[in-house]
Design a protein around this ligand. Sequence first.
Ligand SMILES: C[S@@+](CC[C@H](N)C(=O)[O-])C[C@H]1O[C@@H](n2cnc3c(N)ncnc32)[C@H](O)[C@@H]1O
Length: 347
Amino acid sequence: MTAPDLPAELKAALDTRLQGLSRTHAAERAAIISKTYRDGGGSAAIRTETDALAYALARMPATYAAVVASLNALREIAPDFAPKSLLDIGAGPGTATWAAAEAFSSLQSFHLVDANRALRALALDLAGGSARLRDLDYRQGEARGALADAEAADLVVASYMIGEIGEAERKALTELMWAKTRDTLLLVEPGTPAGYARIIAVREQLIASGAHVAAPCPHDGQCPLQAPDWCHFTQRLPRSRAHRLLKSAELPFEDEKFAYVALTRAPPAQRLARVLAQPVVTKIEVTAKLCTPDGLDIAKLPRRAKAAYARARRWRWGDAVTITTGRPGDPSTPRLRRGHDGGPPKP
Ligand SMILES: C[S@@+](CC[C@H](N)C(=O)[O-])C[C@H]1O[C@@H](n2cnc3c(N)ncnc32)[C@H](O)[C@@H]1O
């Protein structure tokens, strides 16, 4: 599985560019850009070379980690998937392209699209030092226009992008992205209720067009979660010194919350249950909230079911896991007890 920290050559390229920069100015720009995002604005606030670099230094490690985590989940479900071509929509500084290149050694061609001139320039500059990525093709323009005559790709990715466009535009772009997907379309969004809602909307739209869900859901049915609950995951990533300085942060790591969906043309060969929150481990049992092919469940794995208990102790939020439904009275296999929307299981 791919590690969540930026590849060494990308880290080095960012650090080199930071050297010629006033850290105070970069931190100010990063703060303004972050505030614009928090207030619902998009990447339009990123206009200059410094803005693009400040954005990349502040956000690229976290969005990279979220894309890597989503690709790792996809690879677990589809271990034979070996895409040759990538289309990265709303590519910005090239984050998802770097992540996909790390995750799939099979990738040979990289096509990126973005409306933002400053981010495109930075992406080309960063990729220039990479033997693998230096020949990437990066179109500048509105996604729909730029995609219209683009060739279809095995893997299409839009990471932290669809939140920047309106609903009607998103629907049209979703249709176009799917039309350009030969095998798998991956969408990654912030792990907020709003990010999840966008993921669910795309998921529903494309299932209606014949898509299947490879991850995180082990089914193509309606999401069983009900508000105020929402499906999201978290990825811990290291913070470099530059990253900490730019964000005036103390901790040497941060946790990125994200939501994602990987949609495929063919149904996935396996459907594993997904752990939807960090399991609670006590000396008596492990309790885990799972999305299963049959819906939402709270798995109770008692300590007396030794092997299952030992396995479940290692489960982490976001993992795909195999569960065995035990027979009543059989302590050797776990019992699943259907809960309601993550609430306490019914007796
Ligand atoms: C938050 S950034 C994410 C960048 C990158 N995918 C990442 O994960 O780091 C969103 C990107 O989407 C691009 N974008 C938003 N709307 C777009 C559109 N209609 N056409 C093309 N690019 C768009 C922005 O310019 C920006 O680079």
